[in-house]
Design a protein. Structure first.
Length: 359
């Protein structure tokens, strides 16, 4: 067995402003999920486009994967790349699945698990652990992943990583332009057909997710490979505001046009600006924390969203009550995500990385 040098295994330095923006997007997703429970009419949801944070994640992922691995995947090999990505991503898949299973059984408002036998629940749990879409729970709107709904985007993240390792990293950048253009056409088709780009999370909209990541991942990869990095003085706060504006833009009859424009042009532009911006020293720790907490928050919050949804249906809290329930809940979820990160995720990844280097 060939050995890998420390330089090959070592990760490059992070773009800290992009890390901070990832955290902003994760918070937007959580807030969006809370508000959509209360207002099923998205035109009444002040952050009605929070779901577009997923497209930003996909674009950012394409840029970061290209930056981190383009010049070293050939040395480390495809299998080592897969192990690297599994160590980075899968511990929280497992933790999120276990947490969601507990919520499935012990939801204090609605006993969803009572409608399913032990064999079906075991299969649902195994599919969640192994990232196999299995949309069978009607009470949860046939989500691809019945326990931990946001895992649908991670499924496509895995697909993109596999395609990157097997095909994309070998291709000259000019050969990525045509598939990116085809995917862009697909984005417009999905938006015009469905009226928006919200799909991908359910069995009925499965391929929408594939089209969403196909464009955004390739766009991020192209931003890196063509070095479209725009030097600017916007800083983290300026770019965080610009990113958040995409999530709070009005939700209406023009979604079929505005959403594709945000995904096709605005998000790649923000990634290029984020890579070229200068970070003020006083915001460094905030950006690092924001980037670190984003993935744990994303993968652990939805168990509590299911509980909140059942609570909202049963007790119908007033707007004045929700004004403190939702902010307090978000703070608690941030604290819980931090606890999961420092107690489980980071130690487990550190252990697995050490074992990998020893091997």
């Amino acid at each position: 067995m060939s050995t890998l040098s420390p330089e090959t295994l070592k990760s490059k330095q992070h773009f800290q402003i992009l890390d901070g923006m990832r955290g902003v997007a994760a918070l937007a997703v959580v807030l969006f999920h809370f508000i959509e429970v209360v207002y099923t009419d998205y035109s009444q949801n002040f952050i009605g486009h929070g779901f577009l944070a997923v497209d930003f994640f996909f674009c950012l992922s394409g840029f970061v994967i290209g930056y981190a691995y383009d010049n070293r995947i050939g040395k480390m090999g495809v299998w080592e790349f897969f192990k690297s990505r599994l160590i980075r991503l899968h511990p929280l898949v497992v933790i999120g699945s276990v947490l969601a299973l507990l919520g499935f059984f012990f939801d204090p408002i609605v006993a969803v698990a009572d409608a399913y036998n032990a064999g079906k629940i075991t299969l649902i749990f195994l599919c969640s652990l192994l990232m196999i879409p299995y949309p069978v729970v009607a009470e949860r709107y046939f989500n691809l992943f019945n326990l931990n709904a946001p895992a649908w985007s991670l499924f496509w993240e895995y697909v993109a990583n596999i395609l990157y390792a097997l095909v994309l990293y070998r291709l000259n950048r000019k050969w990525l332009i045509l598939p990116a253009l085809l995917a862009a056409a697909g984005i417009f088709y999905v938006a015009s057909h469905s009226g928006n780009l919200m799909g991908g999370w359910s069995g009925g909209t499965f391929w929408d997710g594939g089209i969403r990541i196909a464009y955004s991942f390739l766009a991020g990869l192209l931003v890196y490979r063509y070095n479209i990095i725009i030097k600017n003085r916007l800083g983290f706060l300026g770019l965080a505001v610009l990113l958040f504006l995409a999530f709070v833009m009005p939700f209406g009859s023009w979604n079929w046009l505005t959403e594709p424009l945000v995904v096709l042009v605005y998000f790649p532009l923000l990634v290029s600006l984020g890579a070229g911006a200068t970070l003020k020293p006083g915001l460094t720790k905030i950006c690092i924390f924001s980037g670190n907490i984003s993935y744990p928050l994303y993968m652990t919050h939805y168990t509590f969203i299911w509980i909140f949804a059942n609570y909202n249906t049963k007790y119908k809290p007033s707007v004045s009550q929700l004004e403190y329930i939702i902010p307090i809940s978000m703070l608690l979820l941030l604290g819980f995500a931090w606890l999961v990160m420092v107690v489980f995720d980071m130690p487990l990844r550190k252990y697995l990385t050490a074992k990998r280097k020893q091997a």
